[in-house]
Write a protein that binds this ligand. Structure first.
Ligand SMILES: [Zn+2]
Length: 122
């Protein structure tokens, strides 16, 4: 059974989360610029093959964008939980989430067991 997080642990995860939030919000504005650039601003396209790869790149950016926004949302909620004093507890079973998992995924909501169960259920 993992020990509860110490204030020093919380500070460390908070720093990780703040860094992630900065990185993700930076990425999102970059991706938005890529995905929503107007045709007029693009270099002229010569061959039909280029048109195809171009719209593929645009779709790909939009997909990344959706995933980043979901992650960013998780990060923001994790920061809220640090403030509320519930950070590091599994939302499903209420047990502390093991530190190695929080170090890998500081915005994790669930312990690995519950996460696995949720993924199987969906
Ligand atoms: Zn759990």
């Amino acid at each position: 059974m993992p020990r509860k997080l110490t204030p020093a642990d919380l500070e460390r995860y908070k720093a990780l989360l703040l860094h992630l939030r900065m990185e993700l919000s930076g990425d999102i504005s970059d991706l938005e610029n890529d995905a929503f650039v107007t045709d007029g601003e693009r270099a002229p396209v010569d061959s039909p093959a280029d048109v195809g790869s171009d719209s593929f790149a645009q779709e790909f950016s939009l997909e990344l964008l959706a995933r980043d926004e979901a992650t960013l949302n998780d990060v923001v909620e994790a920061l809220d939980r640090i403030r509320a004093g519930t950070y590091g507890l599994c939302e499903e079973c209420g047990e502390p989430i093991p530190r190695p998992r929080l170090s890998a995924v500081p915005h994790a909501r669930n312990c690995i067991d519950c996460q696995r169960r949720l993924e199987e259920a969906s």
